[in-house]
Write a protein that binds this ligand. Structure first.
Ligand code: PEP
Ligand code: MG
Length: 838
């Protein structure tokens, strides 16, 4: 047989040149196990180039495998080896090389039924995956099935089942190489972040047979709990006793002593102790928690594979922190090992154990956390529901790769079938979605769009709660508890902070937000949206009175009623933040948002203002705008109705005096929204300065303050040089800036965003991930012009992007001082900030 390039095949020895980038993670991992002197069967690695050449039709370099089938049993297995395990790969093919001669030899050693089972298993997989014959023709099991399968193969192919092991191997390698090039495999790995042309390595390994006289069998062992991340030996061992037939005398043993049945620890304490020893060594050498796959052949252990332990987000934090605390990896590496988004999962809600639970059914608790949503039965409905902003729970018999987008759009997933490693479970854990699988009490009728459980019927659109931590499905919206944070979480974030990186503040409007921000160690408040303070029932009437005031004097009087309330708000924020910076944004929204829109509301308002309904209606109409988000809001309102900003400035300064008297000195930061021209800043600054001077005078105080500008319009970014001349800081409001740069309504874009992202018009929703190419260029231009004018100016981002890890990376690269995000995203942002810096 021809050799395409023998250098593409390398026997894995301690000194062989095996690279993860060429041969994949599995080949590299096996080499490390071999270097540790673990009993790994002889293995060969085929490089990504080699696999690609095979897929393209070049001859398989069979000569490089010479002697491979000379071992005692003469069989090999082939496993995929992508660059990282997450990228997957085609299914493993075992028992390659079996033919009539080896079958006869095996029958003598391990019994005819075992030998038949091995041969049948390979004929089936060869016929289906390599010869591409109809699987139904090879579905038979049991007595006579092998002879039938061999006959059937011969009838369909017009030739005997191949007896040459090298020919079999060539067929297997080619089919695995081509499977990797197929569209399903490509889509799946792209969803995991792999490039479309990611290479696949293959590993060809001598088989260690899990059968024979004496204790034989196969299993896997891990030393950590996949859900909690705490130390615990788990796994399984399927033993074949004394040459018993497959499926007849096979017995699954627990690994450690267990009341429910016999365990490997009791049956074979020596083997168990060796496995534990190998596990400890592998953790140190591979610097990772590993799941070890092993085979016992007549009392001898072979280590055939080791894979990174599957883990929940919570476990990923515990594992990384434990590895660093044990000195296996440096602290910085622990920080790098945790996906920032995983922290969100630790912050997950749980169903309140004290609250009533309307239990529908139970399943396997496949991914922790709890969420409530409306039932949907397919991915398309899930996406439609998400685009309407309605949380949904995807309910499926089982999920398939095509459901990934639907899972992304759901708050939780429930499946009738499957186990902890089923597709739904693995993907949900990866996404941090609460998930229950194997809820076998469910009867799903996807045509009628109903599900039945416990004698009750639920229709699409009805609300249920998924408790992924306990595995319980509950009717309706259960009471959820705020998430708990553990010691590993705190430790990881301490290490993250020590790594430096861009600062992280919180967007906090209320004392409660501010407390959460402090709990998560935010370095200050980067945005307090003051308008939220005007909607409270005790302020709305004064606000409406102010809007209806006929003269500046009347307006001032109405605002005077709001002043003490605002002062109280700001004093509370300053006190909670204890000297950390607090940035308060002056009033931003259009005034009509504070007015009623229906007739009943208008009538009530007329009554409370003691005005004729017609007057009220006329005034409300006069305030309405065609494009309110581009209308009289932000600084435009501040300049047109300056009394509002005057009142707010006074409340801020009086609160500053009050809070500074009680605690740490406060230097408030006042931020002007929606600026597009330098003159706007000058006008506001003059009035705020005047208010500051008045308060200093009245209170005999000498506080200072910083005035800054929110850069939310493209013009403000372009004119940042002028604007910086009057500003101590600039904060990019990337929500409005994205809206205005794209000309895309942030409130309406959801309707077609799915289609746009689906068709690749936008790589991502630009309101979630900062658009580096367009909006990003405005940020860079603005920052550069501002710094040219005022080198010491503080620059930040306070739009939603401030909590998005990719966008934080951009802000770090751009040299910004901090990002500000909602309080619950602060931990994610701190970790992402550290990762950009390391
Ligand atoms: C922004 O526009 O980015 C911003 C932070 O302000 P808001 O979301 O309140 O408009
Ligand atoms: Mg804005």
């Amino acid at each position: 047989m021809d050799i395409s390039n023998p250098s593409d095949v390398t026997e894995i020895t301690p000194s062989a040149r095996i690279d993860t980038s060429r041969h994949g993670w599995r080949a590299k991992c096996l080499q490390r196990l071999i270097r540790m002197d673990l009993p790994v069967p002889r293995s060969h690695a085929i490089s990504g180039d080699g696999v690609q050449a095979i897929a393209a039709g070049q001859a398989v370099p069979i000569d490089a495998f010479k002697g491979l089938f000379d071992s005692r049993d003469g069989l090999v297995g082939v496993r995929p080896s992508a660059v990282t395990p997450e990228w997957g790969g085609p299914g493993t093919v075992l028992n390659v090389g079996i033919n009539d001669r080896i079958h006869a030899r095996l029958a003598a050693r391990i019994g005819p039924e075992n030998a038949d089972a091995i041969y049948l298993n390979f004929v089936q997989s060869y016929a289906i995956h390599i010869a591409r014959l109809d699987p139904d023709m090879f579905a038979q099991e049991g007595k006579g099935a092998l002879a039938d399968a061999l006959r059937c193969y011969c009838d369909e192919m017009d030739e005997e089942f191949p007896q040459d092991p090298y020919l079999q191997l060539a067929g297997v390698l080619r089919s695995m190489a081509r499977a990797w090039e197929g569209p399903t495999a490509r889509l799946l790995r792209q969803a995991k972040g792999a490039p479309a042309d990611a290479p696949l390595g293959l590993v060809v390994q001598e088989m260690a047979l899990a059968m024979g006289p004496g204790l034989s069998g196969s299993g896997s062992i891990q030393f950590i709990d996949s859900v909690t991340g705490t130390p615990r030996v788990t796994g399984r061992f399927r033993g074949q006793h004394h040459g018993g037939a497959v499926g007849r005398d096979a017995e699954t043993l627990y690994l450690t002593r267990d009341q429910r049945g016999p365990s490997l620890e009791e049956v074979a304490p020596g083997i168990f102790a060796d496995l534990v020893r190998f596990g400890v060594a592998a953790r140190e050498r591979l610097r990772e928690e590993m799941q070890i796959e092993f085979v016992v052949t007549e009392g001898r252990i072979s280590i055939i594979d080791a894979v990174r332990v599957q883990r929940s987000s919570r476990a990923s934090v515990r594992i990384a922190v434990a590895l660093a605390r044990d000195g296996v990896i440096p602290e910085d590496e622990a920080v790098m090992r945790v996906e920032p988004r995983a922290l969100t999962d630790l912050l997950h809600h749980q169903v309140d154990p004290r609250a009533p639970r309307d239990l529908i059914t139970r399943g396997i608790n496949a991914s922790p956390g709890a969420a409530t949503g409306r039932i949907v039965f397919n991915a398309a409905t899930a996406q439609a529901s998400a685009s309407r902003g309605e949380p949904c729970v995807l309910v499926r018999r089982e999920t398939v790769p095509e459901d990934i987008r639907g899972m992304h759009a759901s708050v939780a997933v429930l499946t009738e079938r499957g186990g902890t490693t089923s597709h739904a479970a693995v993907i949900a854990r990866g996404l941090g979605l609460p998930c229950i699988v194997g809820a076998s009490g469910l009867v799903i009728d996807s045509r009628r769009r109903t599900m039945q459980a416990g004698g009750r019927t639920f229709r699409e659109g009805e609300e249920i709660t998924i408790d992924g931590t306990s595995g319980e499905v509950l009717a309706g919206a259960a009471t959820l508890l705020e998430p708990a944070l553990d010691d590993a979480f705190t430790q990881l974030l301490e290490w993250a902070d020590a790594a430096g990186g861009i600062g992280v503040r919180a967007n906090a409007d209320t004392p409660e937000d501010a407390r959460t921000a402090r709990n998560f160690s935010a370095q200050g408040i980067g945005l307090c949206r003051t308008e939220h303070m005007f909607f409270d029932a005790d302020r709305l009437p004064a606000m409406r009175e102010m809007i209806f005031a006929d003269t500046p004097e009347d307006r001032r009087l109405s605002l005077e009623r709001i002043l003490p309330m605002q002062r109280k708000d700001f004093t509370a924020l300053f006190e909670i933040m204890a000297g950390l910076p607090v940035t308060i944004r002056l009033f931003d929204p259009p005034l009509h948002e504070f007015l009623p829109h229906d007739r009943e509301g208008l009538r009530e308002l007329a009554e409370s203002l003691d005005l004729p309904l017609s007057d009220v209606t006329r005034r409300v109409d006069a305030l309405s705008e065609f494009n309110p988000m581009l209308g009289m809001r932000g600084v435009r309102l501040g300049i047109t109705v300056p009394e509002i900003y005057d009142m707010q400035a006074r409340a801020i300064f009086e609160a500053t005096v009050e809070a500074s008297r009680k605690g740490d000195p406060v230097v408030p930061e006042i931020m002007i929204p929606l600026v597009s021209a330098m003159r706007e800043v000058e006008l506001v600054k003059n009035r705020v300065d005047a208010v500051a001077a008045a308060v200093r005078n009245e209170r005999h105080s000498s506080f200072t303050y910083r005035l800054g500008v929110m850069v939310e319009t493209p013009r403000a970014a372009l004119r940042a040089g002028d604007i910086a001349a009057h500003s101590a800081f600039l904060s990019f409001g990337t929500n409005d800036l994205t809206q205005m740069t794209y000309g895309l309504s942030r409130d309406d874009a959801g309707r077609f965003m799915g289609t746009y992202v689906g068709q690749g018009v936008y790589a991502e929703d630009p309101f979630h991930v900062l658009d580096r190419d367009g909006v990003g260029e405005l940020l860079l231009t603005g920052a550069q012009r501002a710094r040219q004018q005022s080198p010491g100016i503080t620059i930040s981002v306070c739009g939603e992007h401030g909590g998005n890890p990719e966008s934080i990376g951009f802000c770090h690269e751009a040299g910004f001082d901090y990002v500000s995000c909602s309080p619950f995203r602060v931990p994610v942002a701190r970790l992402a900030a550290a990762q950009s810096a390391i």
